[in-house]
Write a protein that binds this ligand. Structure first.
Ligand SMILES: C[S@@+](CC[C@H](N)C(=O)[O-])C[C@H]1O[C@@H](n2cnc3c(N)ncnc32)[C@H](O)[C@@H]1O
Length: 520
């Protein structure tokens, strides 16, 4: 039985595979990429379509096709498509090896988490087929495990494969692998050797990931890693040209510090620099973007083109943002990671983006709002500021703290008196998903409180009614009280506070129904 039919892969949207991100990167290199809101996209190895279905729902003018070998996963995805009544997406069960030009041409082709996990003939066909199916300005997104960095991860794979050597079915393999991880954790806890520290970190990462990741990454029958240069050769022979990685920061030696910049300064060839950066950073995974080898592209990135994009950011500002001085202050990623921002104008731009989340807003519009913020606090704008701010914004984009699109996009999120969630969110909840897809093509993990709140956001409950229901459920033992309060007098205030915070978060994620209008 197909291992993916035995145990489904947890299929979620990845922001770096979205046509908005791909189109932006392509255009920075001078490629005439298709409008990301009106494009034709193919995903090879789409599992149950978690990445594609969200795209189809948020971009109704695009046409999406997903192919996967696993009958069960395709059936699950089709069920959600039927529930959402989407007409612009199709999921097909099939083998990549059987695909050919009859599929037609595509603006974007995505193969995420597939290339390293299939045998050589399938890998070769992915490259050849993609070259045949890409339109002239088209882009292929292809991720794969890289050498030599992956060899470190391979150490854990060897241990886990040993632990599962006599087990065939997926659940026994998972059980044995978890038992081995627990034994390893216990054994390593007091060791300070480099290998012990590395394994501890890897195990902590695995513990955070869904079980399907452990099964299909570490215990997969096929798991092949490649040198970047080897991959470039294979892609080139298929008529594809490497453009960049979906995460731009890794392209620049400066990301790794001055010592790396100095040590690699005499390498003239950009591809060799990238190969060396893989060595230096012990990189184990790449997200390569490739175009046709007959496409016209520029070697250098254009900041002028970047300035024409629309932007959005989930960075959370500190409670008080100094818009006068250039001393770096920390904004935070949603997971709490601090991000230093130096320029007052960049800070004002990020405040604008925060206020307009999840919309993608053209830079010129953001700049006028940001200038107004600076004016209100009496901060001037030296002439050089815009240039410096643009460089800083570009750096934030390279590190994925800011997302971009060649065109603006509003998601119509207004928090109204009786909020309702979107049909996509309702469908995903009904399908039992542990996460919801967001407007920026990410995913929001749900805890029991937010799940129950979402179920009550049906357009019929105001804040009072939501609190009544949730407090009753907490007192009835259905739900744990939020933030450790008991079931006494403070409960209602705490529940109301939690609801307000979460509804704001749902709006920033584009999860609310955009039809509602009355203010909250
Ligand atoms: C690791 S999963 C990745 C799924 C998805 N792209 C993602 O990143 O969430 C790999 C997928 O490739 C599919 N697959 C493997 N070999 C295939 C083939 N020859 N033809 C079509 N799909 C294949 C598997 O069924 C599985 O769903």
């Amino acid at each position: 039985m197909d291992p993916y039919d035995q145990f489904f892969y947890e299929s979620i949207p990845f922001p770096e595979t979205h046509p908005r991100h791909l189109a932006s990167l392509g255009r920075l290199f001078g490629l005439e990429t298709a409008d990301p809101e009106r494009c034709r996209l193919l995903e090879l190895g789409c599992a149950s379509g978690g990445d594609l279905i969200a795209s189809a729902w948020f971009s109704p003018d695009s046409e999406l096709l997903g192919i996967d070998l696993s009958h069960g996963q395709i059936a699950r995805g089709r069920e959600l498509i039927r529930r959402l009544d989407l007409k612009n997406i199709e999921l097909r069960q099939g083998d990549i090896l059987d695909l050919d030009q009859r599929l037609g041409r595509f603006d974007y082709i995505v193969a995420h988490g597939v290339y390293s996990w299939v045998p050589a003939p399938v890998r070769e066909h992915i490259l050849v087929l993609s070259r045949q199916l890409l339109r002239p300005g088209g882009l292929l997104y292809l991720s794969f495990n890289t050498l030599p960095g992956w060899r470190m991860r391979g150490m854990l794979r060897d241990i886990l494969l040993y632990a599962c050597r006599d087990a065939d079915d997926a659940s026994t393999r998972l059980e044995r692998a978890h038992a081995a991880l627990t034994r390893l954790e216990r054994s390593l806890q007091q060791l300070d050797a480099l290998s012990a520290r590395y394994l501890r970190e890897e195990i902590a990462q695995i513990r955070k990931a869904p079980p399907s990741y452990l099964l299909h990454e570490y215990l997969a029958g096929e798991n092949n890693a490649f040198l970047f240069s080897e991959f470039l050769g294979d892609a080139g022979r298929a008529g594809l040209r490497y453009l960049c990685d979906a995460e731009l920061a890794g392209l620049f030696p400066s990301t790794f510090g001055e010592a790396v910049e100095d040590a690699l300064a005499d390498i003239g060839d950009d591809m060799e620099v990238e190969q060396w950066l893989d060595f230096v950073g012990a990189r184990n995974f790449r997200r390569a973007l490739l175009c046709r080898d007959d496409a016209r592209v520029e070697d250098a990135l254009s900041l002028d083109i970047f300035a024409g994009f629309a932007f959005s950011s989930a960075l959370v500002p500190p409670p008080k943002v100094d818009l006068r001085r250039s001393k770096p202050i920390s904004f935070r990623e949603p997971d709490g990671t601090p991000v230093a921002v130096r320029h007052p104008l960049t800070r004002a731009l990020l405040l604008e983006m925060h206020a307009r989340q999840p919309d993608l807003v053209p830079l010129e519009t953001l700049l006028s709002g940001a200038s107004e913020r600076l004016r209100r606090v009496g901060a001037g704008q030296p002439a050089g500021d815009r240039e410096g701010c643009l460089m800083e914004l570009f750096s934030l984009f390279c590190h994925r703290s800011v997302s971009a699109s060649p065109r603006g996009r509003s998601f119509g999120q207004t928090i109204c008196h009786r909020p309702a969630i979107s049909s996509l969110a309702r469908g995903e909840l009904a399908a039992g998903q542990r996460h919801l897809s967001t407007a920026q093509h990410g995913s929001l993990d749900l805890d029991p409180f937010s799940r129950l709140l979402l179920l009550h956001l049906d357009g019929g409950n105001d804040l009072e009614a939501l609190c009544d229901r949730l407090c009753a459920e907490i007192r009835g033992g259905v739900l744990a009280p939020p933030g450790g309060v008991g079931t006494g007098g403070r409960l209602r205030g705490r529940v109301a506070e939690e609801c307000r915070g979460l509804i704001g978060l749902f709006a920033r994620c584009g999860i609310l129904d955009s039809g509602a209008s009355a203010k909250y």
